[in-house]
Design a protein around this ligand. Sequence first.
Ligand SMILES: Nc1nc2c(ncn2[C@@H]2O[C@H](COP(=O)(O)OP(=O)(O)OP(=O)(O)O)[C@@H](O)[C@H]2O)c(=O)[nH]1
Ligand SMILES: [Mg+2]
Length: 340
Amino acid sequence: MKTKFTDEADIKIISGSGGDGCVSFRRVRFIPKGGPDGGDGGNGGDVVIFAKQNLTSLSDYAHRRSFKAESGKPGRSSRQHGKNGSDLKLPVPIGTQVFDAETLELLADLNAEGKRVTVASGGRGGKGNVHYKSSVRQAPKVAQKGLPGQQRGIRLVCKLPVDVGVVGPPGSGKSTLLSRVTSAAPEIAAYPFTTQTPCMGVHTTEIFTPLVFIEIPAIVSGSTQGAGVGSRYFKHLERAKALIFVLEGRADKTPEAYMNDFNIIQGELENYGPELGGKRRVVALNKADVFSDGMALEAIRAALETATGARTFWISAEKEMGLEPLMKAVEALCGADGDV
Ligand SMILES: Nc1nc2c(ncn2[C@@H]2O[C@H](COP(=O)(O)OP(=O)(O)OP(=O)(O)O)[C@@H](O)[C@H]2O)c(=O)[nH]1
Ligand SMILES: [Mg+2]
């Protein structure tokens, strides 16, 4: 079964309680008043959240919402220390931000493999009565209680560490492109909003380290106001080095109509924030295979490139035409210098 894509989760976490200290007295034959020998309780386990490679979703936290670390065991006679509770270690995808659910304070940005944050410390174990002996109190009947664990609401927000965002209006061929240039096998269909949640794939090249692509659901006018699927997945573009605007080619479309498509996408990204509005991008005019007139194609491409300032390519994702120059431009945008 396909697990649901989850990029935000509110969970409750509870660290382990400390074990109680023990009240006990040495019982040895012929020594009637053996002193106190109650051991300390073990410490409760911490709750730790850590970034783990190869996780791409917070789906582990979509259904189960409460997570508790182990409590410390009580101390025992003969000064035996109770066992410490184990820490609870919760794995999340690299790129997950950890917030206090109430104050929304950012507790940690787990943006690299192995980064971790302790979100609740375990309660300390109580001291056994062996610690309470004094000159005036030879037989203390008291021991310390273990401290309770901390309970806390945590909000996890995962911004996937992607390299390339694939954006565009409904049905322009984003999923088809993804299926041809990456390992992804997204659903492809002729109806709008086929892609309802982000879809990721890895593009491998000979010279570059692999690039992670993400297709987010189609952008329409008003996405940032909730139209279509809305803009809740735009955050995954924040870490992208480059965007591909995929626009649909149609024989009856004027250059202005392509520009209009471009402006809608650009406007929504800008509404979301300047960071997305200013991302490096290339434009892929898709479905070149439906045209018979090569001259018209070049005129449209040149007009778009001049108007947008972004390198523009005709491709046919379906027929796998023109993908190489497009990918070369994308790879270059993802390179260190960004020159194309
Ligand atoms: N002729 C032609 N059709 C294409 C091409 N690329 C995609 N299509 C068709 O266009 C339709 C939409 O393709 P998708 O890849 O699902 O488009 P999308 O942009 O991911 O769509 P949403 O996820 O709904 O926004 C499908 O019927 C595809 O077969 C192409 O290069 N040429
Ligand atoms: Mg799609």
